[in-house]
Design a protein around this ligand. Structure first.
Ligand code: NAD
Length: 309
């Protein structure tokens, strides 16, 4: 019998917990005001949806969030000087540049321009490098990969020694998920679009993390019995039976996989909501760190970036 790992329920309880924590701190320290700044360049509808979700989740947790929309054709110099100002603004603890950027902007250059200490997405090269080092200490763990690890923790299955297959090797999902699973002492295989024998590799996995952007890619017959299946995919596919004409599916064929799996995440309601909760948690950590550094008070709350899954 499989268990559905609900990111929706877990992220809601995390959000409530964080709201309580912030409220309690503010009672003693009214000037503690965690704040996130989001820059959205252009107006891609999918980006607008994600930005709205981030804004909502932040506000509900007691993290203030300011979204600034910038023109699609903003030039690189202008954007870089904007980021520099935000880096120097002490009232802002987290800066998020909504990706993807328009083609004329260099994503690597822009993500590295955000101060590593305000890089709540975890995309700055310092944080990426520290995350990939054994015993490294990043300021932040990227939100979606951290959400994946939090869902795995929810299973209570010890990860040490388990075989994990990560499908996808992007900088945003596949690669950092692999780094985290490696830190958790799993044996990690990363597969990508050029990999051969993908079903055979998946058959050996105790843990499958699907992040390839191919709708319903992972089939039940590929799974080892009782595998844990985490579906990161977000894909819209045609669905004539729906009013909107489309529906949301993951990178896992839920129907054929559910009876083989011990735990499986749904789409929607799995990894997606976890991503935004992890983001607000990162902003909270950044604000705490800044507050402690500024006030030189004994730590108002223990700060712990948990990389010891
Ligand atoms: P990406 O397009 O940057 O990377 C996809 C990766 O999958 C690549 O490494 C590619 O080599 C690999 N791949 C493609 N086809 C493959 C195949 N047939 N077999 C094996 N590997 C294959 O995508 P991404 O940004 O990493 O996102 C992956 C998925 O996760 C997408 O569906 C995206 O929408 C979703 N996503 C969800 C969240 C969330 O919060 N839930 C966040 C980010 C991305």
């Amino acid at each position: 019998l499989y268990h559905v790992l609900s990111g929706k329920t877990l992220s809601e309880s995390m959000r409530n917990e964080l709201a309580e924590k912030i409220k309690a701190i503010k009672l003693q320290h009214p000037d503690f005001n965690p704040k996130l700044k989001i820059l959205q360049i252009g107006s891609r509808p999918d980006s607008s949806t994600y930005v709205k979700a981030k804004l909502n989740a932040s506000t509900k947790s007691g993290v203030s969030c300011d979204v600034e929309k910038l023109a699609e054709d903003i030039n690189e110099t202008e954007l870089l000087s904007k980021i520099e100002k935000l880096n120097d603004d002490d009232s802002i603890h987290g800066i998020l540049i909504q990706l993807p950027l328009p083609k004329h902007l260099n994503e690597t250059l822009i993500t590295n321009a955000v101060s590593a200490k305000k890089d709540v997405d975890g995309f700055h090269r310092y944080n990426v490098g520290e995350l990939s080092k054994r015993g490294g200490s990043p300021h932040f763990i990227p939100c979606t990969p951290n959400g994946v690890m939090r869902l795995l923790k929810e299973t209570n299955v010890p990860l040490k020694g388990k075989t994990a297959v990560v499908i996808g090797r992007s900088d945003i999902v596949g690669t950092p998920v692999s780094s985290l699973l490696k830190k958790a002492n799993c044996t990690v295989t990363m597969v990508h679009r050029y990999s051969e024998n993908v079903p055979e590799l998946i058959k050996q996995a105790d843990i499958v993390v699907a992040a390839c952007g191919v709708p319903q890619f992972v089939k039940g017959e590929w799974l080892k019995k009782d595998a844990i299946v985490i579906d990161v995919g977000i894909n819209h596919i045609p669905a004539p039976e729906k009013k909107s004409g489309k529906k949301l599916v993951g990178d896992v064929d839920f129907e054929s996989c559910k009876d083989k799996a011990s735990f499986i995440t749904p789409v929607p309601g799995g990894v997606g909501p976890m991503t935004v909760s992890m983001l607000t948690a990162n902003v909270f950590q950044a604000a705490l760190k800044a507050y402690n550094d500024e006030t030189k008070l004994p730590e108002i709350h223990p700060i712990k970036i948990d990389t010891s899954f």
